[in-house]
Ligand binder design. Sequence first.
Ligand code: CIZ
Length: 303
Amino acid sequence: MDDMDDLQDLKARRAAVLLAHNYQPDEVQDAADHVGDSFELSLLASRTEAEVIVFCGVHFMAEAAVLLSPEKVVLLPDLEAGCPLAESATPADVRSLRAAHPGAAVVSYVNTTAAVKAESDVCVTSANAVEVVSALPQDEIIFLPDANLGRHIAERTGKRVITTGGHCPAHRAVTVKDVERARAETPGAVVMVHPEVPPEVAARADLVLGTGGMVRQARERPAKEFVIGTEAGMLYRLRKENPGKSFHLLSPALWCPDMKKTTLDKVTEALRDLSPRVVVPPEVAGPARRALERMLELTGGGS
Ligand code: CIZ
């Protein structure tokens, strides 16, 4: 039996489903039952019959799956796979911002810990942030933690957005020069960037989208060439699903070391040992789940 047979055999015996984020290594995406963005995968996890979810991604994503599937076992193959952006905001940050802005709604990005979600009124993804914030009655919004996405929300909704000033180190490193170089080297290519990039970069792109939106645009647009301004793992899926089109990475800085911590060996070990398991204490899980449910109410149930 080779390693992949071993993995598939264990998966069947554990009645498990393997979910991989769009930024995961190529071989992990190939082994997965579903590849997608974090919230799409958490929703899939809650709707599957599987008892065990192996979440190939980073810690906050596995926590979100636990929130939506409290009765299931959620495994994260490497417990050290974190997210500096998510870890930059704490529950104490939320409380002090609430005290300073008592009339504001607290909106947390899905890239936050469960403890921060538990202190929030509603969650958002990069794909639905503008829609959710527009639907809120408040004109003042406390948004945690990404400053660039906060700016994007403010521009598109006209609301006053206060952030904790967090950044994704990979997306933050993209520069205007990268866009200028891409335009010169691949004239006519569609430049799609994630809203976590700096605003001056987003302003020079053709489209500003979450990873799910990039997947759709790459499929539906007649264009044959695209420049991608999000984490490098995304290109594997785009190339696999669109064989007649070409995709270029906007900047070599778009590489997340935490996302690359997952290996097939770690996935196999996690299935064999049913560990490392991600758990969220009930006093945190209840209010954090409500923030996610409020997002679903405001968006009609999609991500
Ligand atoms: O939440 C996600 O899946 C991330 C990190 C990116 C995106 O926009 O899909």
